[in-house]
Design a protein around this ligand. Structure first.
Ligand SMILES: [Zn+2]
Length: 442
């Protein structure tokens, strides 16, 4: 593809755009490659137990003597594919659906399964979730426009489907608080609440099969505990959840995305290292907060120990450690960034205009930005953004911003970061096209 910012083919939530630039600074590939590895497959991980991957979202399918238990149901548009894949391995009726959490890519794909149940004359399944799922769904309806915008910016795609009405949601009929044991087909399913990527997470331990289904508590890359555009996440408690999951001793782990993890020792080792990463980030952040440091310094001085940084399953391809630190700061210290002038700031455009005037015009700011691109891309991006804000009709400013943010996009490994840099670069590219057309038509 020629356009490095081409949109992905479908509407997605936390789903990445296809990676056109395949030269990340690491050697571990892109998020999309990690998540797409099991795509379109029903992998039998234990007897009568499958990881079914519709799109890039995993669904745990557990066949019991009473029918199927599903942990998660993928995205709405992947529903037909989910049904098709399930029916390649089992004809059992749907008995129970558990939501690992209520993200858009995990709790909306079972429309076709429900329609099939109705057609077959099967009773509708029970839907089970943590109590906080109800609040999340209600919040989704209140912020539908915000969330479609955020998800489009994350994925670089078009505005996405989002539930807008109560009838767009498959509401749970059973909720719980700390733990809940379901007995289905003579087997126990132990549901445990965790606060991690979300406040409504459930992991499901099936001792009779030694299988654990963890949803997005595991996604094959650095835990998504920092997403810059979404609500609070919980790195510390996530690490605790890793300990608890490891302690039950599963032989098989079905994650929300990426390949299943097989083998008790491997699971224990990976969960342990992920917990260590999160705790390292939390400790760095709290130590720095206690020492009176500001958020920008705290993020800038964060370093991941090499023995963790090199692990393929902790690569910053989705989220990144600095964003996790920012979320720890928000959790413990509020939203103020530590600069008094920013407490009740002037609109950034006004500040940019004054700085541009001091520099001798927006062209001078843009020129300095371009000078810095090779040496200090962070500073180059700051100056280019200020130049655009000071003079939104200035071609040089948009040229500098387009170049700086394209370079930043190229250098960034995280899906979350790339989405934001992509928008900055494409906005300036579009502005340049408009400015050129306007000039030519005069
Ligand atoms: Zn997910």
């Amino acid at each position: 593809m020629n356009d490095p910012f081409a949109a992905p083919p479908d509407d997605t939530a936390d789903t990445p755009a296809p990676a056109e630039h395949r030269t990340p600074s690491g050697t571990m590939g892109w998020l999309f490659e990690v998540w797409a590895e099991p795509k379109g497959r029903a992998i039998e991980v234990a007897p009568r137990t499958w990881q079914v991957t519709a799109g890039v979202v995993n669904v745990a399918v557990i066949e019991t003597d009473e029918g199927l238990v599903l942990v998660d149901t993928a995205m709405r548009h992947d529903g037909p594919e989910l049904l098709r894949l399930i029916r390649t391995v089992t004809d059992a009726p749907l008995h129970t659906v558990v939501y690992s959490h209520a993200h858009i890519d995990h709790a909306f794909g079972h429309g076709p399964l429900l329609a099939e149940a109705a057609e077959r004359g099967d009773p509708p399944p029970r839907i089970v979730a943590h109590r906080a799922v109800m609040d999340r769904f209600r919040r989704y309806i209140r912020t539908a426009d915000l969330n479609t915008t955020v998800n489009a910016r994350q994925s670089g795609g078009p505005r996405t489907w989002w539930p807008r009405h109560e009838t767009d949601i498959f509401w749970p009929d059973t909720v719980y608080d700390d733990t809940l044991t379901l007995r289905i087909g003579g087997e126990n399913f132990h549901l445990h609440h965790a606060r991690a990527e979300t406040d409504d997470a459930t992991w499901v331990w099936i001792p009779g099969r030694r299988v654990v289904c963890v949803g997005d508590l595991w996604n094959g890359v650095c835990p998504n505990a920092g997403n810059p555009q979404k609500v609070q996440r919980y790195a510390d408690e996530w690490a605790d959840a890793f300990d608890r999951i490891a302690a039950v001793g599963p032989d098989t782990l079905i994650p929300g995305h990426s390949m299943p993890i097989l083998g008790a020792a491997t699971i224990r080792e990976r969960l342990g290292n992920a917990a260590e990463l999160l705790r390292h980030i939390v400790a760095h952040t709290l130590d720095a907060l206690n020492a009176g440091q500001r958020p920008d310094t705290i993020l800038d001085t964060l370093r991941v120990p090499p023995h963790l940084a090199d692990l393929p399953y902790l690569q910053p391809l989705h989220d990144r450690p600095e964003f996790i630190a920012a979320n720890v700061i928000r959790l413990h210290g509020g939203w103020w960034n530590g600069y008094a002038a920013d407490l009740l700031p002037a609109p950034r455009e006004q500040l940019a205009a004054v700085l541009a005037e001091l520099a001798g015009g927006a062209d001078a700011l843009a020129a300095k930005a371009r000078d810095l691109i090779g040496d200090d891309l962070q500073l180059a991006c700051h100056l280019a953004e200020l130049a655009v804000l000071a003079a939104p009709d200035n071609t040089g400013a948009h040229e500098a911003a387009a170049e700086a943010f394209t370079r930043r996009f190229d250098a960034e490994t995280s899906f979350m970061g790339r989405g934001i840099y992509r928008i900055a670069a494409t906005t300036s590219r579009e502005a340049l096209r408009t400015l050129t057309t306007t000039r030519d038509s005069r």
